[in-house]
Design a binder for this molecule. Sequence first.
Ligand SMILES: [Zn+2]
Length: 81
Amino acid sequence: MAIDPVCGKEVDEAKLREQSGTTAYGAKEVDPTVGTRRFHNGKWYYFDSMECRSKFMASPDRYLNPGAAPARPARQRGGEE
Ligand SMILES: [Zn+2]
């Protein structure tokens, strides 16, 4: 499970990948900038909705470094930090 850095929900990234070439929302995965996952700063981030992805894309640092700016607290993701 991955954590949506925007709203903190769990996202099943394996399920998103399984779907041959498309995300759960039907966007093609050939372009890493499309769909509910996003490659940023060397790793993939997964989102439960396009809305969350859009928010993340607008200001990734806000969600990746919650201390840097006042924002909704992003839950800590598992794995390396
Ligand atoms: Zn979300």
